[in-house]
Design a binder for this molecule. Structure first.
Ligand SMILES: Nc1ncnc2c1ncn2[C@@H]1O[C@H](COP(=O)(O)OP(=O)(O)O)[C@@H](O)[C@H]1O
Ligand SMILES: O=C(OP(=O)(O)O)[C@H](O)COP(=O)(O)O
Length: 401
């Protein structure tokens, strides 16, 4: 893989595919970790005299403009972090983008509007994705891939665009791959993997490969309820991946045969409705119930305190831990305790610890933990999980020569 040092960028229009998918509360960025992570690559390109065109997705809009997913607040924060102006194009490949790029001088930086405001970005149809990649390619002369959090997506700006331009990997991707590679080559055991979060359908399949690699798999977050249901328990109206129940049953059987330990919560914090994470208003009907006796109609929103202690104990004697996905809806204080227990468990463990994922990394920082105390905080959750599985990631393959 070439790096940006191998690319002639001075005076050229350089497209940087970043992952600026940061958590927002209205227009306020609640954690800017992903912007800080890619800023050095952008700064270096600007210093080298490139006309830097930064692009990213934010959230999951449905292929059309949607103001709640605008990157405008990110452009403002990026400008602050770089200490230089960042021009913001209000579209991705339209008139505003073309004019913004045309006005860029050497060493100047622009950010395009959300790539996913265009259906071509995420399309499964090669021709539709290719047409959008053509439109992006027309804006630039060079491509730098540095959106590690999105390299597992076969999307136009991640996979198709680098095929159309001379390309290289940015500094963030180089660092991420360097650290994660170590985990695929020489893992000190016991190796524990903690999985949670809300992208259940994306991540449940990852367990298939982890069964051959991990010694212990701890399940929290929204993923728990498919496991509890697979064991025959009531899960109320919690997040559930109904079609994956037989798959999970098979995982549980295979794990038992292979001597891999699944650790499931023994208690769950529930409420009748999703909490107001914006105001953090108290939850009137908060209750902790045994994991095998959830009341009907209630939502499971965190692992309970006994589970927090159990999970921490299961991490205490691990030698390597990879963690992706918060244990609960940590954005609300009533449901942050499980995530705190796992974060503290990681800090108390002598293990080499890798935390991956936009929200997991944000949780560690916003809940007050010192990020320097973890072995590595990856900007990608799904991306790092799939990398550790040994899969070929479209956005990394595309950067190879
Ligand atoms: N039990 C749950 N029900 C619904 N959402 C949950 C639950 N537990 C965690 N979450 C949510 O999961 C989100 C993070 O999931 P995900 O995107 O998969 O993690 P990451 O970004 O770290 O990869 C958080 O916003 C959190 O509120
Ligand atoms: O937040 C992300 O992934 P992550 O939650 O697995 O860390 C990336 O920005 C990818 O976003 P996507 O899962 O909507 O493709």
């Amino acid at each position: 893989m070439k790096t940006i040092d191998d690319l002639d960028v001075a005076g050229r229009r350089v497209f940087v595919r970043a992952d600026l998918n940061v958590p927002l509360s209205g227009e306020t960025i609640t954690d800017d970790g992903r912007i800080r992570a890619v800023a050095p690559t952008i700064a270096k390109l600007a210093q080298s005299g490139a006309k830097v065109i930064v692009a990213s997705h934010l959230g999951r809009p449905k292929g059309a403009p949607d103001p709640q997913y605008s990157l405008a607040p990110v452009a403002r924060r990026l400008a602050e972090l770089l200490g230089r102006d960042v021009a913001f194009a209000t579209d991705t490949v339209g008139e505003s983008a073309r004019a913004t790029v045309a006005e860029l001088g050497d060493g100047q930086v622009a950010l395009l509007e959300n790539l996913r405001f265009n259906a071509g970005e995420t399309s499964k149809d090669d021709a539709e994705r290719g047409a959008f990649a053509d439109a992006l390619a027309a804006l630039a002369d060079r491509y730098v891939g540095d959106g590690f959090g999105a390299v597992h997506r076969k999307h136009a700006s991640v996979y198709d665009l680098p095929a159309r331009l001379p390309h290289a990997a940015g500094q963030l991707i180089a660092t991420e791959v360097g650290v994660l590679k170590r985990l695929t080559e020489e893992v000190s055991r016991p190796y524990a993997v903690v999985l949670g979060g809300s992208k259940v359908s994306d991540k449940i399949g990852v367990i298939e490969n982890l069964l051959d690699k991990a010694d212990r798999i701890l399940i929290g977050g929204g993923m728990v309820f498919t496991f509890l249901k697979a064991k025959g328990y009531e899960v109320g109206s919690s997040l559930l991946q109904e079609d994956q129940i037989p798959v999970v049953q098979e995982y549980l059987e295979r794990a038992e045969k292979a001597g891999v330990e699944f650790v499931l919560p023994v208690d769950v914090a529930v409420s009748g409705s999703f909490p107001d994470v914006k105001t953090g208003a108290p939850v009137a009907d908060f209750e902790v119930v045994p994991a095998d006796a959830m009341p009907e109609g209630k939502l499971g929103l965190d692992i309970g305190p006994e589970s927090g202690r159990l999970f921490a104990a299961k991490l205490a004697d691990a030698a390597t831990v990879f963690w992706n996905g918060p244990m609960g809806v940590f954005e609300h204080p009533a449901f942050a305790e499980g995530t705190k227990a796992v974060a503290q468990g990681l800090l108390d463990s002598p293990a080499f610890t890798v935390v991956g994922g936009g929200d997991s990394a944000a949780a560690v920082r916003t809940l007050g933990f010192d990020e320097t105390k973890f072995g590595h905080i990856s900007t990608g959750g799904g991306a790092s999980l799939e990398y550790l599985e040994g899969k070929t990631l479209p956005g990394l393959a595309a950067l190879e020569d």
